[in-house]
Design a protein around this ligand. Structure first.
Ligand SMILES: Cc1cc2nc3c(=O)[nH]c(=O)nc-3n(C[C@H](O)[C@H](O)[C@H](O)COP(=O)(O)O)c2cc1C
Length: 179
C-alpha cells in the first residue's frame, strides 16, 4: 500500500480545489491510501520561530514525513501560487530537517480561467526541484472549472473524471518508483 498525502492550497471553505481533491481521492488506484494534510491552521512562519518551533508546525512536518508522496492541489492567486502554499513549503524546509528533500510530488490545480492554474504550477515547477523535490512532469492537470464541472460532491463531469483517473494512476506509479 502506498500512502499519498494531499494538500489543498486554498483556505476557502467552498474551494473548487477542495472539490477537485475529492474527485482525485475518488479516482485514486486501490493500492493507494490518500490522507489529507491540513494547512489551514499553520501560522505565518518567519525565522524567529526556529528557536521555539510551534507544535502545529512540527506536527505538519511529521505528517509530510510519514507519506510516500505528496499531491498539491492549488489555486492561482494573481498569476502566482498562493501565499498559504509558500508558507507551508517554507515550514517544511525549516526545523531539524527538510521534508522536501527526496519527496515525490505532483501538482494540480483548478480555476475558472481557461488556463487553469498553469502559471501557479509553472512557478512551483521552477523552484521545487532545487529544494530536492522529485516532481512529476507529466501529465499536466490544470483544470478550467465551469458550472457543470462538479455536479455533486466528489463527482466530476466525464472529461474531468477521465483526467483525474489518468493523473492518479500516473502519480501512483511515479511515487512507487521515486520514493
Ligand atoms: C487574490 C486572488 C487572485 C486571483 N488570481 C487569479 C489568477 O491569477 N489566475 C486565475 O486563474 N484565477 C485567479 N483567481 C481566481 C481563482 O482562481 C478562483 O477564486 C478560484 O475559485 C480559487 O480557487 P479556490 O476556490 O480553490 O479557492 C484569483 C482569486 C483570488 C482570491
Amino acid at each position: 500500500m502506498l500512502t499519498i498525502g494531499f494538500i489543498v492550497g486554498s483556505l476557502a471553505p467552498d474551494s473548487i480545489n477542495r472539490k477537485l481533491s475529492r474527485v482525485l481521492v475518488n479516482h485514486a488506484p486501490e493500492r493507494v491510501q490518500m490522507n489529507e494534510i491540513d494547512i489551514t491552521e499553520l501560522p505565518l512562519y518567519d525565522r524567529h520561530m526556529d528557536d521555539d518551533f510551534p507544535q502545529v508546525m512540527s506536527h505538519f512536518k511529521d505528517e509530510v514525513a510519514a507519506v510516500d508522496g505528496l499531491l498539491l492541489i492549488t489555486p492561482e492567486h494573481n498569476q502566482a501560487y498562493p501565499a498559504a502554499v509558500k508558507n507551508a513549503l517554507d515550514i517544511l524546509t525549516r526545523g531539524a530537517s527538510s521534508q522536501l528533500k527526496g519527496l515525490p510530488m505532483g501538482i494540480v490545480g483548478a480555476s475558472p480561467s481557461r488556463f487553469g492554474t498553469i502559471n501557479s504550477q509553472g512557478q512551483l515547477h521552477q523552484f521545487l526541484p532545487r529544494l530536492g523535490v522529485r516532481l512529476m512532469g507529466t501529465p499536466v492537470f490544470a483544470l478550467q472549472v465551469g458550472e457543470g464541472t462538479f455536479p455533486e460532491d466528489g463527482v466530476a463531469d466525464e472529461s474531468t473524471s477521465k483526467r483525474a483517473l489518468r493523473y492518479m494512476e500516473a502519480f501512483a506509479t511515479f511515487v512507487a518508483v521515486e520514493r
